[in-house]
Design a protein around this ligand. Structure first.
Ligand code: AHR
Length: 542
């Protein structure tokens, strides 16, 4: 049997949970195929999403210029510093569902004169008893000029989501004009100057609606394809090729919702296939949910494994949509933009006003590692990905409550995986005894190791990231570099002896990566992956 055949057959057996366990050594194995590049890992795979939802904008990002909380032009300084550290590549704003109820005109001009509106989320059951505040009644203090200030401070590219449900193509056109028309050229350019920026913002990424099958208008895919055409035809581009992102499916564990992708693409290409050229990316949302009682911090061992299993479903969702897109967009001009993803628990929130502000644990850090590795392994299919959401929200990298602030374990995974950016993802094959567990009465199986690898040709460097999901067993693993040889290396490991570990305002360093030299050389070496860990190996190649 040839090597590839052996690998694929043993992997298929392991995936099916029928691998002869006793026949497998306790060791795992990883093979990295240097001559099988998958695609470039765009920095944009590590984007974030910030919605006017709960404490994400007000208190999370925006504390106000006169606040005693250290800020830069009203924006929380501790957050800016951390985002500079992690080099946030792109941020999506203002929603989410909020986007399709938002009038961008409310968020420009003098802040004191901006109208107060009911926030899209104000009537959510969880907020009925919560005190009123900017989370319920949108003061519009944070609008386009403030979001652009946030982007300029952090270095992130802006990605706007436009309102398709309740505004018109003309409003969209004029938001583009407000942002991008040359200095002094139009009434809106003069308004932008009065708001603080004479020069255009040159916003490239424009989402055309959000979840248009649901909160974004309850459209059918065919209806939405008509809207997409109306909104994107002949928008003034001011010398840029605007990147329009179509509203894509909301996938779930049970259903990838390929019907939406297929219907939308068919609708768009019905009379003129060339219209697909207007679309840069198709958005895809996948929240991997929660387990058991829905708590982000109180779960049992089956809940630990099940959560990781649910995160891994992303690995099958991406190719399903890619195949459906390819039926019509045969040269794959349009790429996927996974602009909402993460674990979505039910509680506990850090403050009753801050909807969905769950403290993430080490388990969510592993969800992040699994997901970012999945993106790397599908690099050729993706243009951008945005974790939902940046701060005080669903799959959050930061928690903030007035003058208190902490990074979460999720932040550290983004910080570690930054090393992959700009590299070429390589074919990565892992094999390790699978894990059997019982969740809600059903026997289930999870793989024993997973990860990704990227080659950085100029630096002669290989970056390997691996998740070991076993809660209490380390995994000694033989690593083979096919077509390269290691000279030296460094390891960064994120783990904790308690799988529930998390960072709190009082103890912000509980989950923190450690660094150590890695004794790696030649084209074969072994590495022991700690239990419940995310590991990065940075390998200098000979
Ligand atoms: O991120 C929270 C919400 O989840 C977004 O507003 C919406 O797009 C999705 O359903």
């Amino acid at each position: 049997m040839k090597r590839r055949e052996f690998l694929s057959s043993s992997l298929a057996l392991a995936a099916a949970g029928v691998a002869p366990r006793n026949a497998q050594a306790a060791e795992g194995s990883i093979e990295i195929l240097m001559d099988e590049p998958v695609g470039r890992i765009a920095p944009e795979f590590h984007g974030q999403f910030t919605e006017h939802l709960g404490g994400c904008i007000y208190d999370g990002i925006w504390v106000g210029e006169n606040s005693k909380i250290p800020n830069e032009g009203g924006i929380r300084k501790a957050l800016v510093d951390r985002l500079r550290q992690v080099e946030l590549p792109v941020d999506r704003w203002p929603g989410g569902c909020f986007a399709d109820s938002y009038n961008w005109r409310d968020g420009i001009g003098p802040q004191a004169e901006r109208p107060v509106r009911t926030n899209f989320w104000a009537n959510t059951r969880e907020l009925w008893k919560a005190p009123d505040g900017p989370q319920k009644y949108e003061p519009n203090t944070f609008g386009t000029p403030e979001f652009m200030r946030f982007c300029q401070l952090t270095g992130a590219k802006p990605y706007f989501a436009a309102n398709v449900r309740s505004l018109t193509p003309l409003d969209f056109y004029q938001w583009v004009e407000y942002c991008n028309s040359p200095a002094g050229s139009t009434t809106l350019a003069k308004q932008r100057a009065a708001d603080g920026s004479r020069e255009p913002y040159n916003v490239l990424y424009w989402g055309v609606g959000n979840e248009s099958w649901g909160c974004g208008g309850n459209f059918t895919p065919q209806e939405y394809s008509t809207e997409f055409r109306r909104f994107t035809t002949w928008v003034a581009n001011f010398g840029m090729r605007l990147h329009f992102i179509g509203s894509g499916p909301g996938a779930s564990i049970e259903d990838a919702r390929v019907d939406w992708t297929r219907g939308f693409f068919e609708g768009l290409a019905a009379n003129d296939k060339g219209l697909l050229r207007w679309m840069y990316g198709l958005s895809l949302h996948y929240y991997c949910g929660t387990t058991g009682n829905g708590s982000s911090i109180d779960f049992d061992l089956p809940g630990w494994y099940q959560m990781l299993w649910q995160a891994n479903v992303m690995d099958s969702i991406i190719p399903k949509h890619w195949l459906a897109m390819g039926e019509i967009d045969t040269d794959h001009h349009v790429k996927l933009v996974v602009d909402e993803w993460g674990a979505w628990h039910k509680g506990p929130s850090i403050d009753p006003r801050y909807l969905f502000s769950y403290p993430p644990s080490l388990r969510d850090a592993l969800v992040t590692g699994i997901t970012l590795d999945t993106f790397n392994r599908h690099a050729e299919k993706l243009a951008m990905c945005n974790a939902a959401q940046l701060i005080n929200n669903i799959h959050t990298s930061f928690l903030a409550l007035e003058d208190r602030f902490t990074v979460t374990p999720i932040f550290w995974v983004f910080d570690m995986y930054k090393a992959h950016r700009g590299g070429h993802s390589l074919r990565f094959v892992a094999d390790a005894p699978s894990i059997s567990y019982t969740y809600e009465g059903k026997n289930r199986t999870l793989w024993g190791l997973a990860g990704s690898a990227s080659l950085h040709q100029k630096e002669k460097k290989l970056v390997v990231t691996v998740v070991n999901p076993r809660a209490s067993e380390e995994r000694t693993t033989g690593i083979v570099l096919r077509g390269a040889s290691a000279r030296s290396g460094r390891a960064t490991v994120l783990t904790n002896t308690d799988i529930h570990a998390r960072n709190t305002f009082e103890r912000p360093d509980t989950v923190h990566p450690t660094e150590e030299p890695a004794n790696v050389s030649g084209s074969r070496f072994t590495w022991t992956f700690k239990p419940a860990s995310v590991t990065k190996l940075e390998i200098d190649l000979a």
